[in-house]
Design a protein around this ligand. Structure first.
Ligand SMILES: NC(=O)c1ccc[n+]([C@@H]2O[C@H](COP(=O)([O-])OP(=O)(O)OC[C@H]3O[C@@H](n4cnc5c(N)ncnc54)[C@H](O)[C@@H]3O)[C@@H](O)[C@H]2O)c1
Length: 327
């Protein structure tokens, strides 16, 4: 029988790609999502239970009914700049929501979790590339909410025989290589989808935040990891938990940093267009450079990113956005 896995946030960008990967690897993905930023149309590989992490009774009911062997936990609010303006939303949804989930899991004797953490738990880089031992000093309520959850997980592990793999992703990017799913938020704020929508004429101009960072061209540097590579790392983490029964934390990045202007130039070159840019001051909570070493994940999970070169990331995303435009 296929092992049932509860996927919170399975209607979202990364969660839906993970449902596809889980189904392809012989698991049974069950989505739990409140559709606040996700789409029902992205749930294609298993059943859907609509619900909110803040509703503990609903969570408990779904866990009792579906009896998952483990939970992959993607559901969260995930925008750094929004979290600076509305920290309460982030602590309530991300921290209290996760506590509800963990407690409902314990009540139902489910002790394996894969957690979506973030490079935002590190704050300003003290050195690059960042390894898992880089000091954690988050500068946004979003990053702090993920950091708090990591601390809670450590304590739950010690006290309740709870096991987890915490995955600190850098910037998830690209779309499903079969163009079945991809980034599809009602209110978009990520660079790549916004730049593509400008290249495709859906938006008239692209805001670029910060041109005075201490980088080669003054714009911020990020490490982009293909969403399909992320999904593979999750199922490998799940197998690691089942086989080793041991908790660990990993970075997931491509180990290469690209500036905002480099990404925009590459999109212009692939689409043969000229993107109109609107240069604005830095946004609060944005570090100048974030890129990872993923050596630990490569060693322990035997994981190797295959699709995270900038060309593959951008061509897959452009294909998806063209498809979305005509849908
Ligand atoms: N996108 C990135 O680059 C990135 C980087 C690092 C970490 N992460 C983390 O990965 C996870 C997924 O991110 P994403 O980019 O796919 O975001 P997303 O917004 O596309 O997906 C989040 C999903 O969670 C659901 N959700 C939110 N709050 C909920 C609640 N209270 N109850 C039930 N469902 C709820 C949303 O409806 C949505 O479907 C998040 O935890 C995010 O913090 C993302």
């Amino acid at each position: 029988m296929k092992k049932p896995i509860l996927v919170t946030g399975g209607a979202g960008y990364i969660g839906s790609q993970n449902c596809k990967e889980l189904a392809m690897r012989g698991f049974h993905p069950i989505t739990f999502d409140n559709l606040s930023t996700g789409n029902e149309s992205s749930i294609k590989w298993g059943p859907f239970f609509e619900g909110d992490l803040k509703d503990r009774d609903r969570l408990s009911w779904v866990l009792k009914k579906t009896k998952p062997r483990a939970v992959m936990h993607f559901a969260a609010n995930a925008l750094v700049s929004e979290s600076m303006k509305d920290p309460r939303k982030y602590y309530e949804n991300n921290v209290i929501g996760t506590l509800n989930l963990l407690n409902a899991m314990l009540e139902n004797d489910i002790r394996y979790l894969i957690f979506s953490s973030s490079c935002a738990t590190y704050g300003h880089p003290k050195f690059s590339p960042m390894c898992e031992n880089h000091p954690q000093d988050p500068i946004s309520p979003y990053g702090k909410s993920k950091y708090m959850i990591e601390q809670i997980l450590k304590d739950y592990k010690k006290a309740y025989n709870f096991k987890y793999v915490s995955l600190r992703y850098f910037n998830a990017a690209g779309a499903d290589l079969d163009t079945e799913i991809g980034e599809n938020r009602e209110k978009e704020s990520h660079l790549i989808p916004l730049a593509i929508d400008t290249a495709l004429g859906i938006n008239t101009e692209l805001n670029v935040y910060g041109t005075d960072f201490n980088t080669k061209d003054g714009t911020a540097i990020r490490d982009y990891i293909h969403v399909q590579d992320l999904a593979v790392a999750h199922t490998q983490s799940l197998n690691y938990l089942f086989d080793q029964n041991h908790s660990l934390t990993f970075n997931l990045g491509s180990e290469t940093g690209f500036s905002v202007l480099e990404v925009i130039n590459e999109i212009q070159s692939i689409t043969n267009t000229k993107i109109t840019m609107n240069f604005l001051p830095r946004r609060e909570g944005d570090p100048e450079m974030l890129f990872a070493t993923s050596k630990k994940a490569k060693e322990h999970l035997l994981w190797e990113p295959k699709f995270s070169d900038l060309r593959t990331i951008l061509t897959s995303a452009i294909k998806w956005h063209k498809k979305k435009k005509v849908l």
